[in-house]
Design a protein around this ligand. Structure first.
Ligand SMILES: C[S@@+](CC[C@H](N)C(=O)[O-])C[C@H]1O[C@@H](n2cnc3c(N)ncnc32)[C@H](O)[C@@H]1O
Length: 326
């Protein structure tokens, strides 16, 4: 960098009117020309003049949203969550120009895209428009059986070390709640293969996973996992069926060395039998936990644990498959 370049003020980006253009190079610079665009600041009048000469086609809705200072995210959202004052959520997939949101009404996708983080009114109802988190996606699914929800799913993901690019086998898709958490964790380069005995479960889960935007990462298979599966060298094997111990041998065959096993069971008898089956195989670090989550509420008068009872969901059993034991 030359002395003159060093004296140049840093490029400024004006909020809302930044454009990617090539910065003017200092006349005395002998640095090789760069092809990388550098953001520079120009007065709004310059952009207005350029826009007048070369107008960008924008719908009136978007123009209005822009004028009102509504935030436009770098990536256009393909889904939003409508949050009611009561805390109720509605996941809306913005796959058409006009969407009929059940129990809410007809809305233009463009309007919701332009209202991210803002209040939106329809009739006499008010919502906040949010970008959906994985919790939102799980909380808004159509439910069939008991689901593995936001209390237990993160523990499975973390204890099984599920990360981007992993291959995970899930047994018992149910409504697909855990499938969504696993699909989020494996990312676009990973894969989740999920089994269920029932076509009805697979159908509901397919819709839920599709609404969450993860259809490309999940393969749905119908079958009884106790009869064996084709997958091998998988990073994690996660079971939520009434007899998880019956899937331990199948999981052991499917897992890569040091791969992770997890099972979710509401009853302690199930945990006991699963641990026995794990001990009979080549698994280490076998342990079971119950996740207890206690909410703290803050009122004007004071802050204390919620009076809501601590409900039981299930026990989580974890283990790692190895080739030798001690
Ligand atoms: C409680 S649900 C799973 C819920 C799911 N984990 C979720 O978060 O939405 C259990 C599912 O396991 C399936 N299932 C039971 N035994 C099975 C087996 N041997 N092989 C494959 N699926 C089985 C049932 O059909 C049911 O859909």
């Amino acid at each position: 960098m030359t002395r003159r370049e060093r004296r140049l003020p840093p490029a400024r980006v004006a909020p809302g009117i930044a454009r990617w253009v090539e910065a003017p190079r200092a006349a005395t610079s002998d640095a090789p020309p760069t092809t990388l665009p550098v953001p520079v600041w120009r007065p709004w009048s310059v952009w207005r003049e350029r826009n007048r000469r070369n107008p960008i086609k924008v719908s009136p809705e978007r123009r209005k949203a822009f004028r009102w200072g509504r935030v436009r995210t770098a990536m256009e959202p393909d889904r939003v969550v409508l949050l009611e004052p009561s805390g109720r959520k509605h996941l809306v997939v913005l796959d058409r120009e006009t969407i009929n949101v059940p129990r809410i009404g007809v809305v233009r996708a463009e309007t919701l895209r332009g209202s991210i983080g803002r209040r939106w009114r329809i009739g006499n109802r008010t919502f906040l428009v949010l970008t959906p988190s994985v919790r939102d996606k799980v909380e808004t699914i159509r439910r069939r059986a008991q689901i593995i929800g936001p209390k237990d799913a993160p523990s499975i993901v973390w204890n099984c070390d599920v990360k981007a690019g992993n291959m995970v086998v899930e047994v018992g898709v149910g409504s697909g709640a855990l499938t969504i958490a696993l699909a989020q964790a494996v990312g676009p380069t990973g894969r989740v293969v999920t089994y269920d005995l029932l076509k009805e479960s697979l159908d509901v889960a397919r819709v839920n996973v599709g609404d969450a935007g993860f259809e490309g990462r999940v393969e749905f298979k119908r079958g009884d996992v106790r009869a064996g599966i084709q997958e091998r060298d998988v990073d994690a094997f996660v079971v939520d069926i009434p007899d998880p111990w019956a899937a331990v041998k199948v999981g052991s065959d499917a897992l890569r060395p040091c791969g992770h096993f997890a099972s979710y069971s509401p009853n302690v008898e199930q945990v006991n039998r699963t641990i026995q089956a794990l001990r009979a195989g080549t698994f280490v670090e076998i342990r079971s936990v119950e996740i207890i989550e206690r909410e703290i509420v803050a009122h004007e008068a004071g802050t204390h644990p919620s009076f809501a009872p601590l409900g039981h969901t299930g026990y989580l059993t974890f283990a790692r498959k190895v080739l030798d034991t001690f």
